[in-house]
Design a protein around this ligand. Structure first.
Ligand SMILES: Cc1cc2nc3c(=O)[nH]c(=O)nc-3n(C[C@H](O)[C@H](O)[C@H](O)COP(=O)(O)O)c2cc1C
Length: 183
């Protein structure tokens, strides 16, 4: 079993990192992490090659997602302006390959079904609703489901760092149980 964690934080030792560390400590099987800020990831540049030939013409770390060799998809990210950070939007834009495969090539590019888990942190005024909605789009593209019942929030990091948020830490441990194949 393999879990792919897409980490949307630019901070190596920030709040997202603290919860990802706890998750990794409780996950069994193989775990891979794709850092939206440190991986080589281009946004979609609308070259429209994927409307002629199935798949993306840009060869970069999106391979980790397109390769579809994972059983669980986790999005772990800070909330920026009530949605996901721009680098996460870059990843979302690369699913244009699916739109073009379906509507231009009539040859759908569908990933295998998998389990989904969501971890969001925030410490400002904007709430998490936009980030949850955008994560739902990303999960749908990855054919990952179930995050509704497996979402962990730590939304007061300005006063309580995620590393000290006992409710969030417990939530992450429950998320690991589900990703490990539990109910
Ligand atoms: C550009 C920017 C925008 C932000 N917007 C929000 C927001 O809308 N809502 C919120 O709760 N926190 C917001 N924050 C605060 C971060 O989400 C918060 O500090 C978070 O804990 C950082 O996580 P990290 O340490 O994992 O990067 C924002 C921070 C930045 C840098």
């Amino acid at each position: 079993m393999k879990t792919l964690i897409i980490n949307g934080s630019p901070r190596v030792n920030g709040d997202t990192a603290a919860l990802v560390r706890e998750l990794r400590a409780h996950l069994s099987g193989e775990v891979a992490e794709l850092s939206a800020y440190r991986a080589k990831l281009s946004p979609c540049v609308d070259c429209r090659a994927c409307a002629r030939v199935k798949g993306c013409a840009i060869d970069d770390d999106m391979r980790a997602i397109y390769g579809d060799d994972f059983d669980n998809a986790v999005i772990a990210s800070p909330v920026y302006y009530s949605t996901l950070p721009g680098q996460m939007m870059n990843i979302a834009s690369r699913f244009q390959v699916q739109r073009n495969a379906k509507y231009e090539l009539n040859d759908p590019f569908v990933l295998r079904p998998k389990r989904a888990g969501l971890i969001l942190v925030g410490g400002g005024k904007g709430n998490e609703n936009g980030a949850v909605r955008m994560s739902a789009v990303l999960f749908r593209m990855m054919n990952a489901s179930g995050f509704g019942a497996h979402t962990v929030l730590s939304m007061n990091t300005d006063t309580v760092p995620a590393a000290e948020d006992e409710t969030a830490l417990e939530g992450v441990r429950s998320l690991a149980v589900w990703l490990n194949g539990g109910e």
